[in-house]
Design a protein around this ligand. Structure first.
Ligand code: SF4
Length: 330
């Protein structure tokens, strides 16, 4: 992303937020690998801070990184400027290396680099990055190790998000196997968490897009969320970059986003969800994933069985956490 495109993006976002009466702006610097372009991140942050002061809008920022190489200077800058850091970690040790190799000739131990960044650079500076694991049938068996490493041993906010490689498979057997792997992997992770219950709230990260607070929409697509590519194109979602809704950053970014092809319905408008006891926590799952599988926006998530199996287990952990925090569990 060129500096001029980045600045135009930040300015358009603040202008749009003001036009629509928002109270705050949250910027996520993602990539590619945003930490390879830290000079640009710092420049865009500086402009965002100016605009927040001018408009009275609150500002939150987060950098999404693979955590492989973060310079101590840049880490200190994040801490000094209140910019959060989110690191993608898809397993511990070899599992992460296999899923997130670097394009070098020799095998590259990315996990050791991430571990070094967290243990030697971030934690000594008091920075607790959010850890995000993309859970698939391939690495679900490693969710328990990751929960122990990140959430228990280091007290890092940790979230588990699902990616179903086989969702478009015609084979019921493939789908069932994938579901089984995800459910078993997550239940094993919950068992580890139960053994060492953190006292800090952790329910929100435990189950894909499921949230503890009551809500009707899975995400902000079409209402309060937008993505700007490195070329300055506007998209509704980071999973939909191939279909931008505008090739320019015009006066109002939300209008084209709201009118785009991706429809983000309320859970009350999804068949199969309306009567579900979990509807205002689950809200029916990712709309785009549902559409890709079913060709419809107004039906329940293809992950429904996983959510229905895991949500009671995740909620139970929250109950245990509350009991422990208030001294009823020893
Ligand atoms: S658990 Fe299933 S039925 Fe219930 S809200 Fe989620 S997707 Fe819909």
């Amino acid at each position: 992303m060129s500096e001029s495109t980045g600045l135009q993006a930040v300015e358009s976002i603040f202008r749009t937020a003001q036009q629509h009466g928002f109270k705050r702006v949250k910027l996520k610097y993602a990539g590619g690998e945003a930490t390879l372009h830290f000079k640009l991140v710092r420049r865009l942050h500086q402009r965002a801070v100016e605009l927040a002061a001018e408009t009275g809008l609150a500002l939150k920022e987060v950098v999404l990184s693979n955590g492989v190489h973060l310079r101590p200077d840049d880490a200190a800058w994040l801490a000094a400027n209140g910019v959060k850091l989110m690191i993608s970690l898809d397993g511990i040790g070899e599992l992460h290396n296999r899923l997130r190799p670097l394009p070098t000739h020799a095998p590259f131990d990315t996990f050791t680099h991430v571990q070094h960044t967290i243990d030697e650079v971030l934690l000594p500076l008091g920075i607790k990055p959010d850890i995000t694991m993309t859970v698939t049938a391939v690495n679900a068996h490693g969710a328990a190790d990751l929960a122990k490493w990140a959430l228990i041993d280091r007290d890092l906010p940790t979230s588990f998000n699902f990616y179903r490689q086989n969702l478009l498979s015609a084979s019921r057997a493939d789908l069932d196997l994938e579901e089984k792997a995800l459910i078993e992997g997550m239940l094993a992770a919950y068992a580890v968490i139960e053994e060492h219950l953190p006292e800090r709230p952790f329910l929100n990260g435990l189950l894909d897009r499921v949230q503890a607070e009551a809500h009707t929409h899975t995400c902000g697509v079409g209402q309060s969320y937008l993505v700007i590519t490195h070329e300055g194109r506007l998209a509704q979602c980071q999973m939909h970059l191939e279909q931008p809704v505008s090739n320019a950053l015009n006066a109002d970014l939300l209008l084209p986003v709201a009118a785009g092809p991706l429809r983000n319905l309320s859970v009350d408008d999804k068949a199969g969800c309306r009567e579900c006891e979990f509807r205002y926590r689950c809200s029916g799952g990712c709309p785009l994933e549902t559409y890709r599988v079913n060709g419809r926006w107004d039906v329940q998530s293809p992950n429904c069985r996983i959510y229905k199996t895991l949500y009671p287990a995740a909620l139970r952990l929250e109950g245990l956490r509350l009991l422990k925090t208030h001294g009823y569990l020893h």
